[in-house]
Ligand binder design. Structure first.
Ligand code: DX5
Ligand code: ZN
Length: 222
């Protein structure tokens, strides 16, 4: 499966979101960072706004919830009609129940791990999710630098998915650029979120293609 490139609209111009969604039309999903000012010290979009973003986006939305009490709020985002909803492992009491609810509502279900959260407690439950998001920066802001210490976790997650014979995607988010994407792909990631690298590029389509090509080459090198 080719690498998926999901630009993060956290780096878009919030007053020109429709324009900036159009600018990433050659990508795979638009990554939408939902922040509640509690789970992370930043505040972005609510479910109503995400629903409108989905209405005007030609790309499916990959929603990354950085919010407390995901059990209560995550289904609202699935009901907004988005393609994928990822909640944080640290913000749910009942990840399996929540993942099943998201899938029942028609969304792909993802579970996200902060850089210091281990993946092992989730490996037995891989069949319940469609994606594991390994955060490669502390969530909250764009433009931070990639944490190489997360690479072994990506590798362990990929090994567990392969051993189980499952089609669970492994996403990385934070500090992904031309200079870091090969390391993440080599470790086993297949979905790449990039905010500042894409929106800060001279040519957004060229940047998306360059990231995809680097990731594909690094993962085929196995
Ligand atoms: C950070 C967000 C990321 C952010 C990535 O909390 O989850 O999606 O937009 O931005 P860059 O690619 O600039 O690190
Ligand atoms: Zn994100």
């Amino acid at each position: 499966m080719p690498a998926l490139i999901n630009p993060s609209i956290l780096s878009a111009d919030f007053a020109n979101l429709e324009r900036d969604l159009g600018a990433i039309a050659t990508a795979d999903y638009a990554h939408v960072d939902v922040m509640d000012n509690h789970f992370v010290p930043n505040l972005t979009f609510g479910p109503q706004m995400v629903g409108r973003i989905q209405d005007v986006s030609t790309l499916p939305l990959d929603v990354h919830l950085m919010i407390e009490d995901a059990d209560r709020w995550a289904p609202e985002f699935a009901r907004a009609g988005v393609a994928s909803v990822t909640f944080h492992a640290e913000a749910t009491q009942a990840p399996v129940r929540l993942a099943r609810e998201l899938r029942r509502l028609g969304a792909r279900a993802g579970v996200a791990l902060r850089p210091a959260t281990p993946v092992e407690p989730f490996l037995d439950l891989l069949g319940e999710v469609d994606m594991i998001l390994v955060m490669t920066v502390e969530p909250g802001f764009g433009g931070q630098s990639f944490i190489d210490g997360t690479l072994p976790k990506i590798r362990r997650a990929r090994e567990a998915v392969s051993e189980a014979g499952l089609d669970v995607w492994i996403q990385v988010d934070g500090g992904v650029s031309r200079s870091t994407i090969e390391r993440a792909a080599d470790a086993g990631a297949n979905v790449f979120v990039a905010g500042s690298a894409v929106y800060g590029a001279q040519s957004i389509p060229d940047e998306i293609q360059a990231l995809r090509d680097l990731a594909d080459a690094a993962s085929h090198a196995h």
